[in-house]
Design a protein around this ligand. Structure first.
Ligand SMILES: [Zn+2]
Length: 74
């Protein structure tokens, strides 16, 4: 299932959404309802240790950059 993680530009909320066909239009922040959300390329930052690791566009796991990651299983 193509589930991606997003972060909200407005309130900083992070959430997961099912994305079909890579279309992220219409994805809304569940907290504030803003559509100004960014798709996070790396899921590893959120999976490792179960803690949110703030990053400014950088990826914590090099394997995640291409969409598949042997480290986090995606
Ligand atoms: Zn928000």
């Amino acid at each position: 299932m193509p589930i991606y993680e997003f972060t909200c530009d407005k309130c900083g909320e992070t959430f997961e959404e099912l994305v079909l066909g890579g279309r992220i239009e219409g994805i809304k922040c569940p907290k504030c309802g803003s559509t100004e959300v960014k798709k996070l390329m790396s899921a590893c930052a959120f999976k490792s240790g179960g803690k949110f690791v703030s990053s400014s566009g950088g990826s914590a796991c090099a394997g995640c950059a291409g969409g598949t990651c042997s480290t986090c299983g995606r």
